[in-house]
Design a protein around this ligand. Structure first.
Ligand code: SAM
Length: 227
């Protein structure tokens, strides 16, 4: 993603009531995030927030934590939320967190997350950067620290090479089972049901790209209900 520096972004992220700023040793739960006990879904690399805001509206019974590492990107999601607020339609089940995904286990307790969404993650095309891909086995080990056994990871991308890599990494990592795979999500009548498009998904599908999607389950528990 090309980043435009937005001078006011830092201040807006720091001040926004939609953004959490946990203390060093604070553990996040749906109670502390939303004031009530809800299943917890996390999106990593949420970008401008179209997906998470759409999902939150579609699933008011689930709490959504959107994670984005750049303030100048998160800023756009905050502005969207403020517009919804002005219209009286802001969901009360979304919080944002500006942090790198690798640091999430500091604040998310083991077995606390029901579903993890990765959408159009940066492809890091150079082989030597493969550990930075959010579907690498290194990141799967990070997710194992907070995803429930039986919890799901859902990943969408237009990038076939990254999709192939992701299928291989998940397939070769003990403790994970692939449950759904499509290379043409928008023409798959079952998997496209309830699909909420991300900003990248809208852009690339308008350009004619096919959207790939996989779902994988962390083994060892009851499969979580579909969010
Ligand atoms: C290509 S954009 C996709 C944005 C959005 N998910 C979409 O589909 O429209 C990837 C986003 O992931 C964020 N990102 C990449 N690596 C991350 C990491 N390790 N932790 C948190 N966010 C990350 C980037 O800053 C960027 O906003």
């Amino acid at each position: 993603m090309r980043l435009r520096n937005i001078p006011e972004a830092k201040g807006v992220v720091a001040e926004s009531g939609y953004v959490i700023h946990p203390d060093m040793d604070e553990i996040l739960t749906s109670e502390t995030l939303f004031g009530r006990n809800l299943p917890l879904a996390v999106e990593i690399g949420m970008g401008k927030g179209g997906f998470i805001l759409g999902m939150a509206a579609q699933h008011p019974e689930t709490g959504f934590l959107g994670v984005e590492r750049y303030e100048s990107v998160l800023f756009k999601a905050i502005r969207k939320m403020e517009e919804l607020d002005e219209a009286g339609t802001a969901p009360d089940n979304v919080r944002f967190y500006c942090v790198d995904a690798g640091l999430l286990p500091m604040h998310l307790a083991p077995e606390s997350v029901d579903v993890l969404y990765l959408n159009f993650s940066d492809p890091w095309p150079k082989a030597r950067h493969h550990k930075r891909r959010l579907t690498s086995r290194e990141f799967l080990a990070v997710y194992e620290k907070f995803l429930k056994k039986g919890g799901r990871l859902e990943f969408k991308t237009d990038n076939e090479a990254l999709f192939d890599f992701s299928l291989e990494e998940i397939g070769e990592t003990p403790g994970w089972t692939l449950t759904d795979v499509t290379r043409d999500l928008h023409r798959d009548p079952v998997l496209s049901e309830g699909n909420v498009m991300t900003e990248y998904e809208r852009k690339f599908s308008l350009l004619g790209s096919r959207i790939c999607k996989l779902t994988a389950v962390r083994e060892g528990g009851m499969m979580q209900e579909k969010v």
